[in-house]
Design a protein. Structure first.
Lengths: 437, 805
């Protein structure tokens, strides 16, 4: 059952397994908004509702969804909508739950957003590892076609929408919107240069709207209840609710849907139960592994896009990873760097070489084969990466690593000095980390 | 499309630029160099991968890649601020994290962009003490190119070339992150006709040619600009010369000619300059090497003894050489029997019509064509660089392509309509096409649909169709008329001739019915086929061959054997020993295009200069000097004793060349159509061209078509590095015919016609017309020319052995 401290909008009725079927979904009023939008609303009305709601992208960048949709040029050319379901950021598992429990909410959102974008083809790009969720979506899409919510001449309104569920081949980079487009086109999944932005020239060269699963799942609610209703949740700059994935050193890890702007402490201590008894929080990533870590001093900040930004971090995809006092920060930095090194596509030099070099230096740190001067070099290399890459993947490593080295410099120096000292960490022993490549 | 001029400010300097051009290019106009690795406009759209060209643009918080930022009016750019320097230092340092600093043993050392940029824009020291990545190295990417993956900085250039310029798509980036490497599917060798270009564009020593590895250091060499004369494309090249010998051939960008690319024939063909078969001095029949005086005297005596019953055929020659041979024959020996075609060609009247300036396009106009018609030629084999040009027009500018040929072409894949006509059926098909464009419904209608109403129509046609006689010219001119190309901006014809300097030789007077400048009709001159007949019948006693090898390159080998055997006296200028030189009484050595000084004329009318850059072997002399000495010995005073005097005489004799000087030719050449004297080209006579009814003859068996393979001939046989490409004779046959004859891929067959035959391996090919088979010309052992006889040929096919036998 939902925790009473949650505000369930997207996860409403999520505990009912029947929600996964079209009948179950319709039983809770599902697809009524699609019918209303298709039968009664013009493109601009839908667009205006989305823009007015202030809904910000839930995939990481937090850009206004309605504004993004309004950037698409008008005209006869083929336009596309892509749902980014390549949820691969360490710490993020909210889209998985949204797709698994309520696939039709997403499909309805896609269909309505397609109306706003005037797109005739939509794709759900889902990470290959989400096989179960992809199967669920496939089944739901088939049901939606059957019911006439997708396909040709939807509800007799002379609008068509084809929706394809496309399984990714397992690369984090394909969650970057332009790499996603290349991968969808059958190419190597590498990010493209921007501009041109996908809204102007995206999939197959056509205007393309790309949104995250959670963002699109919000669409039916907004169109059904209106922008004002939506703005009733959250803060002025971060309206709405947010499904937050909390993991790491907490007693009740999981997804919690809350109004944006609640105190971060409420999320970590209230909902997720705080650290295990006898332990304290040392640091936490507020928005997935690519967000600069924050310290316990920042636990009372409101959990909103703006507050996290002001604190020098970001809300990102809304995924909190908690490190308690057993976690070695240098090892956590290495583990983070290794992830981005492994996932770097290799297209641009700062990311390709910067992630590789950082990993090598951090490996020396944890082996005790470094000097404090290397910490300066590590910091400097992160500054050399930030802002110089083709896409944000390089920054995604550089920002948290940089934050860790700067905020926990003493610990890095201690690890160098005391290398060989056994250090327990939450997930796996340091030896195992050292062995993994 | 008028480009808007804008003004931007780069590092405090005002620079005028064209709106939309990339900031990197605009800055260069203001003498501001922004370093780049991945950016190369020749490769198409920028990728922004290397991040070397980051600059600060006022009003934009983040640094931007100047290679991918189009300029806007009033843009204020800084390339030397602390922020930019920080980024440049960072990127150089990153690129060197995995780059082995093995410059002292690297072939690129001294001419390496990575070295230069590191010195110019790098931090000057390295902080990297960690292990670099390792690969097995160097390994064969192809038999001609070595790859050192450790040196690779993953700039994407080679991969983009393969995927977006030559479109062979063989090169791929494999794996990802810093494990990424350049390779091919399943490690197969990268064999493609343009692949050597990747060694030119590689900004580090990762891709090097086996022909140049460890042969020289940049301080040992000189670069000498010239023109490649191995095919009619006449690409601009630069010879890398060490100790007066060519060690390498690289591109010399000329957007009007080659767009900065070079085929592997032009790039690796130079090693045949030093082949064993190279003729290093004059000799008499039987192999006795003699002094020049003696050889010239012997040649003159033989030519004179024929008493005017003498003929000349010119092949691989400069304008000046062709001009001199023409005078030698006409003025020195009193014969008009001069030709420069391998077979039947157009009459003077047709040549004059097709030479009209308003009908010819410039090569660069292909880029902006609306529709390109490729008729009667496969550019890949006959003028390779045009193949890339057509691909570029389609890929980047949305040109549409239609193909009308006997044989499937390399460009078929990009064509929106394709027609296959029977061998010898070009005249008929082009006439139909002209009619169809005009509205008639016929066999050519699908192609006509693409051409009708299009504005910039470019027709790339093969000289091969001239073998059908003037009817083909009439059809071509009718088609040009129907498409309204005359005088239309960006529309016109471009010929793909059989030999490199075909246009120049025709204009310099190597035609039986026209002297220099295509002037007044000359009577009584014999054409190539008539010369052959004259030799057989005894009406012609002596033959001068200049850079022509009839036994290899001309159709009807048995007849040529007979003709050369019947000749009393043969003087042969040749670069290498071959079957034809074996029959000659006096053999003179020819200079290669690295040794020669002279001009050539591109099929689009551009005069370019071939410049000497390497020493001649043995006692080889300038061909011009030898020809003028020969003329003198024949009591012909030409006033020519050197290239400058020959060029002066040529430009005087060809009125429409008269305002061209060596200075105007410069490094990029000049089209005569764009000079003041262009109007002196003779105007076409009013009457219709003589035309015979098009034959629709049929015969027994399968119709034989032939083509000149890119790799057939001395280019592969005499070039050790290219030997692996030597083609074997293959019988190309449609799947239906193969099934009917019970032939399988790889079967050995004998292809026979009227007593002659060649052996070939069966190659079953799609997109072939049923009832037609193809063989390659010029292939050693089984030359298809042996089966040709000047008309349509039908062949019998006999299976000799099956693959599974």
């Amino acid at each position: 059952m939902a925790d009473p401290r949650e505000t369930r909008v997207l996860l409403e009725h999520a505990e009912d397994p029947a929600l996964r079927t079209i009948d179950g979904y319709r039983g809770y009023g599902g697809y009524a908004t699609l019918e209303k939008a298709y039968r009664e609303m013009e493109q601009d009305e839908v667009l205006k509702e989305l823009e007015d709601s202030g809904l910000r992208g839930r995939g990481g960048a937090g850009f206004s969804m309605g504004k993004k949709a309004s950037f698409l040029p008008r005209g006869e050319m083929a336009k596309y909508l892509c749902c980014n379901a390549d949820e691969s950021e360490p710490g993020a598992f909210k889209d998985r739950e949204l797709m698994q429990r309520n696939p039709h909410q997403l499909i309805e959102g896609i269909a309505i957003a397609a109306l706003a974008a005037d797109a005739g083809h939509a794709f759900i790009f889902i990470r290959g590892e989400y096989a179960e969720q992809a199967d669920i979506l496939d089944a739901a899409v088939a049901e939606a076609y059957e019911a006439g919510y997708l396909g040709k001449d939807i509800l007799g309104c002379r609008r068509d929408l084809e929706l394809v569920v496309h399984r990714g081949a397992g690369a984090y980079i394909c969650g970057e919107e332009t790499a996603l487009l290349d991968a969808l086109e059958g190419k190597r999944g590498n990010p493209r240069l921007k501009p041109p932005f996908p809204a102007v020239q995206g999939l197959y060269g056509g205007p393309t709207l790309i949104n995250n699963v959670e963002t699109l799942s919000n669409v039916p609610k907004i169109v059904a209840n209106g922008a004002e209703w939506f703005k009733g949740f959250g803060t002025e700059q971060s309206p709405g609710t947010k499904v937050v994935s909390i993991s790491g050193g907490v007693r009740r890890p999981g997804n919690y849907e809350v109004e944006l702007g609640i105190p971060t402490r409420e999320l970590i201590f209230g909902l997720a139960g705080g650290p295990e008894p006898g332990h304290e929080i040392k640091a936490f990533y507020p928005g997935g592994s690519s967000s600069p870590v924050l310290t316990p001093a920042e636990l009372d900040l409101p959990y909103s896009f703006e507050a996290m930004g002001e604190a020098g971090s970001m809300l990102g995809s809304g995924s909190i990873i908690v490190a308690d006092d057993r976690v070695s920060i240098p090892h956590m930095a290495l583990r983070t760097a290794r992830f981005y090194h492994h996932e770097s596509c290799g297209k641009c030099a700062p990311c390709r070489e910067g992630t590789n070099w950082t990993v090598k230096m951090l490996e020396r740190v944890v082996r005790g084969e470094a000097t404090p001067m290397d910490l300066d070099i590590i910091s400097s290399v992160q500054q050399n990466i930030i802002g110089h890459c083709l896409c944000v993947l390089g920054d995604s490593m550089a920002m948290p690593v940089s934050a860790m080295v700067n905020k926990f410099r003493d610990e890095f120096e201690r690890v160098i000095a005391e290398a060989g000292m056994p250090i327990a960490i939450v997930q796996g022993a340091p030896e195992a980390l050292g062995a993994a490549t | 499309m008028s480009a808007k001029e804008v003004t931007i400010v780069v590092d405090g300097r005002e620079v005028s630029a064209v709106e939309g051009e990339m900031l990197h290019d605009a800055a260069r106009k203001g003498d501001v160099e922004i370093p780049v690795f991945c950016y190369e406009p020749k490769l198409g759209e920028p990728v922004g991968a290397c991040r070397m060209c980051l600059v600060e643009i006022e009003g934009i918080p983040k640094l931007q890649t100047s290679c991918s930022t189009p300029v806007r009016d009033g843009m204020v750019v800084h390339t030397r601020t602390e922020q930019v320097k920080h980024a440049q230092n960072a990127v150089v340092e990153f690129l060197l994290v995995n780059h082995p600093l093995d410059c002292p043993v690297c072939d690129k050392g001294g001419e390496c962009p990575l070295q230069d940029i590191t010195m110019g824009w790098g931090p000057g020291k390295s902080r990297v003490i960690d292990e670099k990545r390792h690969f097995q190295k160097p390994i064969e990417l192809s038999p001609l190119v070595a790859i050192d993956r450790e040196r690779c900085i993953l700039c994407y250039r080679c991969v983009r070339f393969s995927q977006e310029v030559s479109e062979d798509s063989q090169l791929q980036l494999l794996d990802r992150g810093d494990r990424t490497f350049v390779g091919t599917f399943d490690d197969r060798p990268y064999v493609a006709p343009f692949h050597g270009n990747i060694t030119d564009i590689c900004p580090v020593g990762a891709l090097t040619s086996y022909t140049y590895r460890f042969r020289a250091r940049p301080w040992d060499i000189e670069q000498a600009g010239s023109v490649c004369t191995l095919c009619p494309s006449q690409c601009n090249v630069s010879f890398t010369v060490r100790d007066e010998k060519v060690k390498r051939v690289i591109t010399r960008d000329n957007h009007d000619v080659d767009d900065g690319w070079l085929c592997d024939r032009g790039r690796y063909g130079f090693e045949m300059f030093e082949a064993e078969e190279r003729i290093a001095g004059p000799r008499l029949k039987g192999g006795a090497e003699v002094e020049w005086d003696e050889a010239i005297a012997a040649a003159a005596a033989g030519l004179r003894a024929a008493g005017g019953e003498v003929a000349a055929i010119v092949g691989d020659a400069s304008n000046e050489e062709g001009y001199l041979v023409g005078r030698l024959l006409r003025e020195g020996l009193g014969s008009n029997d001069v030709d420069s075609r391998q077979s039947r060609g157009f009459s003077r009247a047709a040549v004059v019509r097709l030479a009209q300036p308003d009908l010819t396009i410039k090569v660069r106009e292909i880029d902006d064509a609306d529709v390109i018609l490729v008729a009667g030629t496969d550019p890949l084999h006959s003028s390779p660089i045009l193949d890339l040009r057509v691909r570029k027009a389609i890929r980047r500018n949305g040109a549409r392509l239609v193909v009308a040929t006997e044989r499937p072409t390399a460009l078929d894949g990009g064509a929106e309509a394709i027609a296959r006509y029977a061998p010898g059926g070009a005249t008929h098909f082009l006439s139909e096409l002209a009619a169809a464009v005009g509205g008639a419904e016929n066999v050519a209608s699908p192609l006509a649909e693409s051409l009708r109403g299009a504005e910039k129509v470019v027709v790339i046609w093969g000289e091969r169709i001239a073998r059908e006689g003037d009817g083909a010219a009439t059809a071509l001119l009718d088609l040009a008329d129907a498409c309204g190309v005359a005088g239309a901006e960006g529309a016109g014809l471009l010929e793909v001739p059989d030999v490199t300097n075909a246009r120049g030789l025709r204009e310099a007077g190597c035609l039986p019915d026209a002297g220099p400048g295509l002037g007044a009709e000359l009577a009584g001159g014999r054409s190539t086929e008539q010369i052959r007949a004259g030799l057989i019948s005894g009406e012609i006693k002596s033959l001068l061959l200049f850079g022509a090898d009839p036994l290899r390159d001309f159709p009807d080998t048995p007849a040529w054997e007979e003709a050369l055997t019947a000749a009393d006296h043969i003087v042969c200028f040749s670069m290498h020993e071959n079957a034809t030189t074996a029959k000659a009484d006096v053999v003179f050595p020819l200079e290669t295009h690295a040794e020669k000084d002279g001009t050539v004329t591109h099929p689009d009318g551009r005069l370019q200069r071939v410049r000497p850059s390497a020493s001649r072997p043995g006692i080889v002399q300038s061909n011009i000097v030898i020809l003028s000495l020969l003329a003198e010995t024949l009591d012909l005073s030409t006033g020519i004793d050197s290239q400058p005097t020959a060029f002066a005489a040529l430009t005087e004799a060809v009125p429409f060349y008269s305002s061209i000087t060596e200075e105007k030719i410069g490094g990029q050449g000049i089209r005569w159509q764009e000079t003041e004297a262009a109007s002196t080209i003779p105007t076409p006579d009013g009457g219709a061209l003589s035309s015979e009814p098009t034959t629709s003859a049929t015969g027994e068996g399968l119709a034989l078509g032939t083509y000149r393979d890119l790799w057939a001939g001395p280019i592969t046989e005499l070039n050790p590095p290219l030997q692996f490409l030597t083609p074997q004779q293959r019988l190309e046959i449609s799947p239906a015919d193969a099934a009917r004859l019970d032939l399988k891929q790889g079967d050995v067959v004998r292809v026979g016609q009227n007593g002659s035959s060649v052996e070939a391996h069966v190659l079953i090919k799609e997109r072939m017309s049923e009832g037609t088979v193809f063989l390659a010309e010029g292939v050693q052992g089984g030359n298809a020319n042996a089966l040709l006889n000047g008309g349509p040929v039908w062949v019998e096919i006999q299976k000799l052995s099956g693959v599974d036998a």
